[in-house]
Write a protein that binds this ligand. Structure first.
Ligand code: SER
Length: 321
């Protein structure tokens, strides 16, 4: 990776991926793009407004900057996708097809995230294997499975260097996720600091895999830098670091904020989605093929998240005064 193009850079992953990649590869070598202006990403490196559904403009950015690696981070997430499946398909698959075609024509490597949402109710629930039944029941998951198959296809048919990770719910403190089923695990920290309580839309007993953003960023760079000869999977890799329920994360927060209160107001759409996803993934293939190993667990992440969100909240309060 020498010249990297990030598409959808203003979202939850991109807003942290861009600074992370710029710190490794140099600010001028990471071109951030999004459908909207993003001031913070334009401050320390190249930024362009780019609609990922416009293949001509995407190709022009790639050619102008001599890009060799594309990160396609455009996606409507699971819960919001169920409100408008046609739009979710149009955006998620449109951005992916354009990225695949531009990458093919300009000889770029391509990273696209997949998700735990690529699995469905008929997949094994615990330690879900790398290669297993994938019959998701959300449009988001259907886009992810299709994307995985296309990544594999472009690699097989055209020799395109496609790489992907099935991300668990990503927990971060810079940009909020929007419209996902795992969003509760981010919102809970904000509400714990700001209000001392949180109303959770996901039932107390549902396990889902989660990952802290620093581990997610590290995983992507390690995968993209991995020896291609060692990668047997070109669809996408399971990775795992922690799996918990709303009740478990609430108990962890209570260790630091004893007065924290959790209540539940279940969103039936999120409940159905959450119950259809795995409890935990088996990440053996990622460990074996490119050395994946997480650094963070729930205990350490909670300390870090509460500290970061508290500092953010205090800075906002000070700025408002
Ligand atoms: N975080 C995503 C969602 O909840 C899953 O990849 O939709």
């Amino acid at each position: 990776m020498k010249k990297i193009l990030i598409i959808g850079a203003g979202g939850q992953i991109g807003s942290e991926m861009v600074p992370f990649l710029r710190s490794i590869y140099g600010p001028s070598n990471v071109i951030a793009t999004d459908v909207r202006e993003c001031k913070s990403l334009a401050e320390d490196g190249p930024f362009e407004v780019l609609d990922a559904l416009n293949a001509t403009n995407m190709a022009s950015v790639v050619a102008r900057h001599h890009v060799d690696t594309i990160f396609n981070l455009v996606a409507l997430l699971s819960a919001v996708g169920e409100r408008n499946p046609q739009m979710a398909w149009g955006v998620n698959m449109g951005a992916l097809m354009n990225s695949l075609e531009v990458a093919r024509q300009h000889h770029c490597a391509l990273f696209t995230p997949s998700s735990i949402g690529a699995f469905g109710p008929s997949s094994p629930k615990d330690k879900t294997p790398q290669d297993t039944i994938m019959q998701p029941t959300t449009i988001y998951g259907i886009c992810k499975v299709t994307g995985e198959l296309l990544g594999n296809y472009y690699n097989h048919k055209y020799g395109l260097d496609t790489r992907s990770i099935r991300f668990p719910g990503i927990i971060s403190n810079k940009t909020l996720p929007g419209g996902g089923t795992t969003d509760y695990a981010v919102e809970i920290y904000y509400d714990a600091i700001k209000r001392g309580k949180y109303t959770c839309a996901v039932p107390r007993d549902v396990y889902m895999d989660m990952i802290y953003m620093p581990d997610a960023l590290k995983a992507v760079v390690e995968l993209m830098e991995a020896d291609p000869a060692k990668l047997r999977h070109r669809n996408s890799f399971n990775i795992a670091s922690m799996s918990f329920t709303p009740e478990i994360i609430a108990a962890e927060i209570k260790k630091h904020i004893p007065e924290f209160e959790m209540s539940y107001d279940i969103d039936p759409v999120k409940e159905e989605i959450a119950r259809s996803w795995p409890n935990s993934l088996d990440d053996t293939c990622a460990r074996e093929e490119w050395g994946w190993q997480p650094d963070w667990n729930l205990e350490r992440m909670t300390v870090d998240m509460l500290d970061a969100v508290r500092r953010k909240f205090e800075a906002e309060k000070a700025a408002a005064e």
